[in-house]
Unconditional design. Sequence first.
Length: 134
Amino acid sequence: LGLGCGALETTCQDAKDAPYGSAIVIKPESFTVTEPHDYWRTEFFTITVTDKDTNPLNNIRITIFFPYAVPDPHGYVQLYDGATPVNSPFSTCTNANGVYHLRFDYYGSASFLGDLQVESGATGFMLAAISVNQ
């Protein structure tokens, strides 16, 4: 796929919070799974941080949270920073293009509903709705 992880594309040294008036955009904004499946599947989210004029902001610290995510294959959801499963919440930063690529793995035989939350600073906050087998 060629998707890079934001943390691999930048070191996050001296990362800063999103400034006042900035925006966080998550794509896709939501996804729904209605057919149960007995295996792990992967969804990729693109998280972009922009200033008030929609210019991308690089090296912005973001915190990512999903309520059921644990770095354990016995859970239902795993968030990844690159190829490494991580705890939720976890902090990382945007790359030189103001983007972070999130890998989201989920086991399809479970049913759950939750919001993927991304925040930075006092003003930047966004949700993506996720529904599996609801």
